[in-house]
Design a protein around this ligand. Structure first.
Ligand code: FAD
Length: 459
């Protein structure tokens, strides 16, 4: 905490020199991606309108106790809730690593704030609100205004139809569109043989908030992501039994979860029966009351009409050059934030610096043909390594190479060494000690290096 107190918030940087071309750009969404998008586009000299269907900034980080009318997410007409946060959620990245490069996420000397390195979700929302206020981004946002259609108009312009909460709709023309609508809202669920006859309840983690509804229940939780790990532990405090089914669990590693007397690990579910039984692939079975799917989300762009140029196929959004530009529609249509298994905020920042500079003609893109060749070569390499399509945007170990590629396009410094090492240390600790990694760490030297770096913003 002493170290964190030494860091001060940075002073906003001056805008970029006069750009070659200034465009009128629509940004969809005012979550972390949309906010930094608005900032960088304005810095580059573009005029910006951010459409946000909610009543405040922050996207995912706006926690709500509300859940959707269909807790598994099958019914397309269900009432929709944007955020997937649960009450107990703390970040899974240390704050120094997680924050924007231009606006470090440092602890604030204020009793109302959460100074921990892995703070609770409210602290992230407050940080994004500070960012918004500090850079006066609110003035660019139209709240309670949902984009309902984006389509190509004449002369390579884009026609955007939006709808206000009051019911009024409006159609406007923009030079370019940047899509920042997030991808943790539309549930993906596991296909389970026999599920239509199974009498129990089903829920997707999108609608998980608190453990209480699981009291005294026998729960089967599917998944092994960071949220699956957190939620299984949250629920184990009240449930009768928690059975975690995951692809990553081999038959021989299944069994009781150490440290718990009511949690077991299993390989994937084989099938379920109408008497309530859930069978796992190793032949074990339980009578369960509820199946909780922590199985991730689908990319979803219900507003986007591109005559089939951009599609979502088995959770691959494509074709996209470097996860950002559809070659045939570049540079006037772009996406910020699609890659996963990343440090999101600094990646958003680099993606939009590149987009903003391409839109102003400061940076050049390869020809459409060359971009398509690059995309096809990328898809072939995924296929050759046996990677399913749905992992197209999964970055994992290649994320920093990707960040540095983006940084090189923009002439920005490469991603900081301490950030890379901190991410690696945190990931390793999370796997080894999921219950304690947030409060017990050993990378103090990296925190010091990060804070030295942050000082640059105040000097
Ligand atoms: P979002 O935050 O989802 O914002 C999208 C915005 O677009 C929303 O405000 C939405 O209302 C708006 N929108 C959508 N459609 C429309 C439309 N048609 N018209 C107008 N507005 C629209 N990241 C970390 O760095 N650290 C963590 O610890 C971490 N933990 C996470 C835990 C969970 C459970 C989840 C789900 C995610 C977590 N993430 C974490 C990732 C997180 O998603 C990113 O940090 C970040 O919030 C994503 O920002 P975004 O702007 O891309 O999307």
């Amino acid at each position: 905490t002493t170290i964190q107190m030494q860091c001060h918030l940075p002073i906003p940087q001056p805008p970029a020199p006069h750009p070659l071309t200034s465009r009128h750009v629509a940004v969809i969404g005012a979550g972390a991606a949309g906010l930094v998008t608005a900032l960088e586009l304005r810095r580059e000299g573009h005029s910006v309108v951010v459409f946000e269907r909610g009543d405040q900034v922050g996207g995912t980080w706006v926690y709500t106790t509300k859940i959707e009318s269909d807790p598994i997410g099958f019914d397309p007409a269900r009432t929709k809730i944007h955020s997937s946060l649960y009450k107990s959620l703390r970040t899974n990245l240390p704050r120094e690593c997680m924050g924007f490069r231009c606006y470090p996420f440092v602890a604030k000397d204020n009793p109302d704030r959460d100074p921990r390195r892995y703070p609770g979700h409210r602290e992230v929302l407050l940080y994004l609100q500070d960012f918004t206020r500090g850079f006066r981004i609110d003035e660019l946002v139209r709240f309670e205004t949902e984009v309902v259609r984006v389509r190509l108009a004449e002369e390579e312009k884009w026609k955007i139809k939006s709808k206000q909460r009051s019911g009024e709709d409006e159609t406007e023309i923009f030079d370019a569109v940047v899509i920042c609508n997030g991808h943790y809202t539309e549930p993906r669920v596991a296909q389970i043989p026999g599920i239509n006859e199974w009498p129990g309840k089903q829920m997707h983690s999108h609608n998980y908030r608190v453990p209480e509804p699981f009291r005294d229940q026998v729960v089967v939780l599917i998944g092994s992501s960071a949220s699956a790990v957190d939620i299984s532990r949250d629920i184990a405090g009240v449930a009768k039994e928690v059975h975690v089914a995951a692809r990553s669990v081999a038959d021989e590693t299944s069994g009781e979860q150490s440290g718990y007397d009511n949690m077991w690990l299993h390989p994937m579910i084989e099938s379920v029966r109408k008497d309530g039984t859930v069978f796992f692939r190793d032949g074990s079975f339980v009578h369960a009351d509820i199946i909780l799917h922590c199985t991730g989300y689908k990319y979803h762009f219900p507003f986007l009409e591109t005559n089939g140029i951009v599609n979502v196929d088995d959770n691959r959004v494509g074709p996209l050059y470097k996860h950002v530009f559809p070659p045939a529609l570049a540079p006037c249509l772009s996406f910020v934030g699609l890659p996963w298994k990343v440090v999101p905020f600094p990646m958003f920042e680099l993606q939009i610096k590149w987009i903003a500079g391409v839109l102003s003609n400061r940076f050049a893109l390869p020809t459409q043909e060359k971009m398509m060749e690059d995309v096809e070569a990328f898809y072939s390499s995924l296929e050759a390594s046996g990677m399913p399509k749905r992992y197209t945007h999964n970055m994992g170990s290649s994320q920093f190479e990707y960040n540095n590629w983006l940084a090189a396009q923009c002439g920005c410094p490469a991603i900081e060494d301490w950030r890379v090492q901190m991410y690696n240390a945190s990931s390793k600790d999370r796997r080894a000690r999921p219950e304690s990694y947030r409060d017990d760490w050993e990378d103090h030297h990296l925190v010091l290096q990060a804070c030295e770096d942050f000082m640059k913003y105040t000097s």
